[in-house]
Design a binder for this molecule. Structure first.
Ligand SMILES: [Zn+2]
Length: 76
């Protein structure tokens, strides 16, 4: 099982985008195939970290900003 190259969540049969198997259904619109912007992905990650791991906004931003540059989509 891989992970989304845009936000890092684990990809399985439920979360894999139908347009591009490198990305998840949250990063790629499943009707238009449009990819979320970097800011949208960052904000989504922050919200998930706060909700799932009980982090403060500040902590969640720090984790997201460390994690995102490691993902293939954001590497140059
Ligand atoms: Zn994703």
């Amino acid at each position: 099982m891989g992970q989304c190259e845009s936000c890092g969540i684990p990809l399985d049969e439920k979360t894999t985008s139908k347009f591009d198997s490198r990305y998840c259904i949250y990063c790629q619109n499943q009707e238009s195939g449009e990819l979320a912007s970097k800011e949208q992905v960052r904000e989504g990650s922050i919200q998930a970290l706060m909700r799932l791991q009980g982090k403060s906004r500040e902590e969640a931003e720090k984790v997201a900003d460390e994690m995102m540059p490691k993902l293939p989509r954001w590497q140059k």
